[in-house]
Unconditional design. Structure first.
Lengths: 449, 304
């Protein structure tokens, strides 16, 4: 009797093992089935450890999750966040695709154009990103994000990532300096240009912005409704830099570059800090400029009570819209063995107060967290104005600028930045910019209109 | 593309005298051969396979090659590498030879050996870290030679790295990191020239210049062409310098500056390993063709 039982248990064990092997084996679909969330998934194990890739700034998020969910086994791997054009997120996932294994369960990316590739099948392999909007993440959670903030994560109506933070462009200014010089905060770009011209005459050496960083197109051209990056589908893009919308921004910058009030210097260089500490009067820039350059002892280090923020300027006779510079994203792997835990993690880090309100350096994309975050920032007493313009700008990001696979920033950096350094005019450079964008889009498989 | 380097190396080994084959010599080369096969020949064969197939493994003919050559980034990248090579190879061959002869001619033992050490030091730094050092040198606000850069009218990092400046900048970096090792090798080669020959020349009334020109240089010919081949192989693979400068400048130096970078873009940005393999094969062919010139002109295969 005992012998028979042992034998049958043994047989059952072999069978289970065989099933498990069948489920695990064959990276190219052998053990996958069409799951309940709208994509093929591997056999699930609620106890499986999840591997999470974060950049240095987001390790705090993973730590906060471990504290709040001690029961979920998490392995945290630190990587560069795909920042500065390293593109390591995509590079590594493609290698895992080739190997057929090794994908992390959750990945943070500092870029917001990763959905463009992660949502697509690649070389016949299943898309890396799990569809989140077909049940994996509750609809109520998705609806809680600031309207428009999930646009970079959305491909053909499906959401593939959760936004960590928003990077809407606002008008930072030094309230104390403006009052001292008797200037008012510009509300239109025409006022902004006039201010730059006055500053050049009356207070040379002071600046009203910069064009030295690769996000100059997002800061000035996106907010001018320039159609340089009109992603119209997963593989189609419209590029028109000859429009009046593009020309007005270019002409304005030409004037301001020439008179020295928007230097061609990156805000992240020692040169910038040395030359312009205490000299930044006005600066259109993303929400994260506050922590990254103004309230940063290593950068401009603007004293408490001076930094103000205003709504992004509008062009005369046009509605005010704004651009967006980055803002991180969280992806869940469609290959994950523990989708449930992965989803819990991704929801936690994007929505829970433990991280987004208490620790996060940037403006949360999740609306409820954003409100609390703004209140917390305001109560710090650092800012000279309230932060409502930041909230307002979060909903004003122009939707005619998309998130393609190719990097607009890399194109600007290599074609425009050196040309500006050579003293060429932006208006004259617009056709070259258009060609460069079109060439790059074609290389990445886009149909260009 | 380390394949080129791996393929070029055995050329020097050909000089072994026949008839000395033994178990010991096989033992010595076995480890090298194993590594060459694993990390040189097999990857090269895999690249050959990839270059003629498509993403699904089907035969693609020359499609990958026409695709990469027609890419709008290909010709500029080829031009960048060519102008870099022209500056660097000429500077390397001329300056290394002259410096080696001069150091060899220095009679003071301590001066000669400390000069060799100084020349060699930059090369002792690992490739990437020595490039990082240059990132500081090239930024006028952080550079110890900032005054010199400003004297040239270059006030900011972006002005230093405009496209026209890049080939000489990369050539200087590559020379600084690589020339020292070659000077030491040339010095060794000069030591190899029998003292009797030099002595005989001196008795015949030859001065140091004539000795250098008529005795040392002709006897260094093979070494110089060996240096040419190795450097050519390394130079066509230009990658670390522009890649690091690209990241440090937030892509103002494009990340597709050199052919090797373009191959990297194909593989890891576009997920097109076949296109990347096609570029690497093109590089191999070009490097081999140019190396043939050095072999020919340098008489590398002539036996003494």
């Amino acid at each position: 009797m005992g012998g028979i039982t042992r034998a049958s248990i043994g047989a059952a064990g072999v069978l289970v093992t065989a099933l498990a092997l069948a489920a695990c084996g064959g990276g190219s679909g052998g053990g996958t089935s069409t799951g309940s969330y709208g994509f093929p998934q591997v056999a699930q194990d609620d106890k499986a450890e999840i591997t999470v890739w974060v950049d240095a700034d987001r390790t705090g998020a993973a730590e906060a999750f471990k504290k709040a969910h001690p029961d979920v086994p998490v392995k945290v791997v630190s990587y560069d966040g795909s920042a500065n054009g390293s593109n390591s997120f995509r590079t590594k996932m493609q290698l895992f695709d080739r190997a057929g294994s090794g994908w992390p369960d959750v990945v943070f990316s500092t870029q917001n154009n990763d959905a463009a590739w992660a949502a697509q099948k690649s070389g016949g392999k299943q898309a890396f990103a799990a569809v989140l909007s077909d049940g994996l993440v509750p609809k109520a959670t998705l609806d809680g994000f600031t309207p428009g903030s999930l646009a970079p994560c959305t491909v053909e109506g499906k959401v593939y990532c959760l936004r960590n933070d928003l990077a809407q462009v606002v008008l930072w200014h030094n309230k104390t300096l403006l009052a001292k010089f008797g200037y008012s905060v510009p509300t239109t770009w025409e006022d902004y240009q006039a201010l730059g011209e006055r500053v050049a005459r009356e207070h040379p050496g002071y600046i009203v912005g910069t064009v030295g960083d690769a996000w100059t197109p997002e800061t000035f051209f996106w907010s001018s409704k320039c159609r340089a990056n009109g992603i119209t589908g997963p593989r189609s893009v419209t590029v028109q830099t000859g429009t009046p919308e593009c020309k007005r921004a270019a002409a304005m910058l030409d004037t301001l570059i020439k008179n020295g009030t928007t230097p061609n210097i990156s805000v992240f260089t020692p040169e910038f800090v040395k030359k312009y500490s205490g000299k930044v009067l006005v600066m259109p820039g993303p929400a994260w400029y506050a922590g990254a350059i103004f309230n940063n002892p290593q950068s401009l280090d603007v004293p408490k009570g001076q930094l103000g923020v205003a709504a992004p300027p509008a062009w005369q006779g046009d509605t005010a819209v704004t651009g967006n510079v980055g803002g991180g994203t969280w992806f869940i792997s469609s290959h994950s063995k523990n989708l449930k835990a992965a989803a819990t993690f991704a929801e936690f880090v994007t929505t829970a107060d433990d991280y987004q309100v208490n620790l996060a350096p940037g403006y949360p994309a999740f609306a409820a967290a954003a409100d609390k975050w703004v209140k917390k920032q305001e109560s710090s007493g650092y800012y000279a104005t309230d932060l409502q313009p930041v909230v307002k700008a979060g909903g004003e990001i122009w939707d005619g600028w998309g998130s393609g696979i190719f990097s607009q920033e890399a194109i600007w950096a290599k074609t425009m930045t050196p040309a500006i350094a050579d003293g060429k005019s932006l208006v004259d450079l617009l056709p070259a910019w258009e060609t460069a964008i079109k060439n790059q889009a074609k290389v990445d498989g886009y149909t260009v209109e | 593309m380390t394949a080129v380097r791996q393929l070029a190396r055995p050329v020097a080994l050909v000089r072994r005298r026949p008839g000395t084959r033994s178990a010991t010599s096989y033992a010595f080369i076995s480890l090298y051969t194993a590594l060459t096969v694993a990390f040189g020949i097999l990857p090269a064969l895999y690249a050959l396979y990839l270059a003629f197939t498509d993403a699904n493994g089907g035969f693609a003919g020359l499609a990958n090659f026409t695709k990469v050559v027609e890419d709008f980034r290909f010709l500029p990248a080829a031009g960048h590498v060519a102008s870099f090579l022209a500056i660097w190879l000429i500077a390397l061959v001329l300056l290394v030879t002259v410096l080696a002869v001069v150091v060899h001619a220095v009679r003071l033992r301590w001066l000669s050996s400390s000069l060799r050490l100084i020349f060699y030091l930059p090369g002792a730094l690992a490739g990437a870290s020595s490039v990082l050092l240059w990132l500081f040198l090239l930024d006028p606000t952080a550079s110890p030679v900032g005054g010199l850069l400003r004297l040239l009218g270059l006030a900011s990092f972006i002005e230093v790295i405009v496209p026209a400046h890049l080939p000489p900048i990369f050539a200087i970096i590559a020379f600084w990191t690589g020339a020292g090792g070659w000077i030491v090798i040339m010095y060794g080669a000069l030591n190899n020239i029998s003292a009797e020959v030099i002595e005989a020349a001196r008795i015949d009334g030859a001065g140091p210049m004539q000795i250098a020109w008529r005795i040392q240089l002709p006897m260094l010919r093979k070494w110089i062409s060996y240096m040419g081949i190795m450097s050519l192989a390394a130079g066509t693979q230009l990658f670390v310098e522009p890649q690091l400068l690209s990241q440090a400048s937030n892509a103002v130096v494009p990340n597709d500056y050199s052919l090797n970078q373009l191959a990297y873009q194909y593989a890891f940005q576009q997920n097109d390993f076949n296109g990347a393999a096609a570029i690497s094969l093109l590089l191999l062919v070009i490097a081999l063709a140019l190396s043939a010139v050095f072999v020919w002109r340098g008489g590398l295969f002539e036996t003494d």
